[in-house]
Design a protein around this ligand. Structure first.
Ligand code: IMP
Length: 195
């Protein structure tokens, strides 16, 4: 990955935040505070505002997981921009199914557009690779990725995430848009599976 590929991305601090959250049969512990998420989003938006100054990028948020990140990011973007939403069903329970399904709902023409994909988390990288290939083949002028989280496997998947929130360990997380069995998306903070 080029040194220009991603903006400065802090490692998560390892102090225990102690607050636990039970969702169904699992216990999660607080991992990233909403305030820290907000700070990173401001920094990401600042980079996007500079990089796309004079352009009018099309943001495409990948539902469902990115809805909160997308909303907060867009509030900090102060250049001319549009946003659209697509869905990719690719994940079952706590393990990536490996069957990345089709993109649903791409209503905008993306030919010759500067596209920024908004993702919640890149794990194996399969989902984002599929989307990147699809958008490139549809003739986008440029395609970059903004992802709130990245797990370690993604680094070996050779996916360039230009705008990254946090590198996290390979543990299941919920909150701030991310779910466990459809629950937990509404949490302001991000929680990590407690083992
Ligand atoms: P990938 O294709 O393996 O990179 O998986 C990406 C998708 O899996 C994300 O968009 C999420 O929907 C989901 N995902 C991956 N890890 C987690 C997690 O820890 N919590 C919740 N969803 C996850």
């Amino acid at each position: 990955m080029s040194i220009f590929a991603s903006i400065f991305c802090p490692k998560i601090r390892h102090t225990r935040l102690t607050e636990n959250m039970e969702i169904k049969d699992k216990v999660f512990e607080k991992f990233i505070e909403g305030n820290d998420i907000a700070k990173r989003i401001k920094a990401i938006a600042k980079s996007i505002n500079m990089d796309y100054n004079g352009k009018s990028p099309l943001f495409i948020a990948i539902l469902n997981g990115s809805f909160m990140f997308a909303a907060d990011l867009m509030k900090e973007v102060d250049i001319s921009a549009t946003i659209s939403f697509v869905k990719v069903a690719s994940y079952n329970d706590m393990e990536s199914s490996g069957n990345v399904k089709q993109l649903i709902g791409l209503a905008e023409p993306i030919f010759q557009k500067d596209v920024i994909i908004i993702e919640d988390i890149v794990d194996t990288g399969r989902t984002i690779k599929k989307i990147l290939n699809e958008f490139t083949s549809l003739g986008a002028k440029s395609v970059e990725v903004a992802s709130l989280l990245r797990k370690p496997l993604a680094s070996s998947a050779d996916v360039n995430i230009k705008y990254l929130g946090f590198d996290i360990p390979d543990k299941f997380v919920v909150g701030y848009g991310l779910d466990y069995d459809s629950l937990g998306r509404n949490l302001k903070d991000i929680y990590q599976l407690k083992v």
